[in-house]
Design a protein around this ligand. Structure first.
Ligand code: UT7
Length: 335
């Protein structure tokens, strides 16, 4: 979508995060599969991840919203729409958005879930932006939350070391300042990539049976090498494209905010953009890949560290299952 020409922009006005207490460090995985800390750190950059032992994705979302309310004193009845970005909904239906609203007693909001894997947060942001720019709604809450441990096979060393659980809440709000908030986006899908990263079981194609369970079809499958090659190109190109389209030079960008799947993919993206290491948000070492939560979690962590300032130009970029990928140019709005 091109840069918007409507009356309103969508800016971030509040946020919250929820991280489960249980930590699986690399030493934990050394005990359960044939792996080692050196391999995991050098190939992925991950040192530990958070795991939600009890509860579901809705609880990650509820925790994040409660944190947002505490930080910004938000009246939840003023939220028009809630979009839950996740690949691990509590159930196929009802939508996790409805579950979260019920848990929080929200009766005045409507909403739904969207599934674009690691690009879910960017796709949901695009929808929030559209609702707000069109003038239809003023406040749209995007929840990026995933309980990846619920679809991870902890006997598969290729995958189990990669993922973690987290919940985030980002509130988008109407502003008449056309130079604030979400300024541009470029989003893509290529369904031919579906065969390299998927979960086969549980949907209408392979409804759950003893056989689907025996064949481990309810877990993530990933051809890591194949995904790695296209992710490097996809994320780097899309970040470069957003910069070029908006005449952003490396020095104009405060931070690249990349999806956190692999430190080597992040580094390749940074190099293509020509930005310095210090301008890249990284927290993959602490949380692993939390799918829909990685990008908002970076934003909140860097704000909490005092590194993110009002007016900072941010380039958000992602690549994930689908394939889905994209970039967003966003100006940070909170002091
Ligand atoms: O977020 C959604 C999008 N996903 C991504 O962007 C992920 C993209 N892919 C990746 O990040 C990387 O491909 C991985 C981290 C998944 C794997 O890294 P790699 O450098 O591509 O490793 P590989 O798959 O080529 O495996 C190299 C070797 C293999 O052994 P052989 O066949 O060379 O003997 C694997 O069996 O490393 C082995 N290996 C491991 N060794 C120790 C795989 N997993 C492990 C492990 N510990 N946990």
């Amino acid at each position: 979508m091109p840069v918007s020409e409507t009356k309103y922009n969508a800016k971030i006005s509040a946020f919250g995060k929820f991280l489960p207490e249980t930590v699986y460090d690399n030493a934990y995985f050394e005990k359960i599969v044939d792996t080692n800390d050196e391999w995991i750190v050098s190939r992925t950059g991950i040192k530990e991840r958070r795991i939600l032992e009890n509860g579901a994705t809705s609880d990650l979302g509820v925790g994040a919203i409660q944190d947002m309310v505490k930080r910004f004193n938000i009246d939840l009845d003023t939220i028009d729409v809630m979009i839950v970005a996740t690949v691990t909904p509590d159930m196929l239906f009802p939508a996790t958005a409805c579950v979260i609203m019920d848990k929080l007693g929200m009766k005045k909001t409507w909403g739904y879930d969207i599934l674009a894997a690691c690009s879910s947060f960017l796709f949901a942001t695009s929808q929030a932006r559209s609702f707000i720019e069109a003038g239809t709604y003023k406040r749209v809450l995007v929840i990026g939350a995933d309980k990846m441990s619920s679809i991870t096979d902890y006997t598969d060393r290729n995958n189990c070391i990669l993922f973690g659980d987290a919940g985030t809440a980002i509130l988008y709000e109407r502003t008449e300042d056309k130079n604030d908030g979400v300024l541009d986006e470029t989003l893509y899908c290529d369904g031919s990539g579906g065969k390299y990263l998927y979960m086969l079981g549980g949907g209408s194609l392979n409804p759950p049976t003893h056989e689907t369970v025996d064949k481990k079809m309810h877990y993530i499958y990933q051809d890591g090498k194949a995904v790695f090659k296209v992710a490097v190109i996809g994320m780097a190109d899309v970040s470069f494209e957003i910069m070029k389209r908006n005449n952003l030079k490396p020095e104009d960008v405060a931070f690249l905010v990349p999806h956190q799947a692999n430190l080597r993919i992040i580094d390749a993206t940074r190099k293509r953009m020509g930005v310095d290491n210090s301008k890249v948000m990284i927290n993959i070492d602490k949380y692993g890949n939390t799918t829909a939560a990685t990008i908002p979690l970076c934003l909140i962590d860097y704000y909490d560290m005092g590194k993110l300032k009002k007016g900072d130009n941010l380039v958000l970029s992602s690549f994930g299952a689908g394939y889905t990928w994209g970039g967003i140019y966003l100006k940070w709005s909170i002091d």
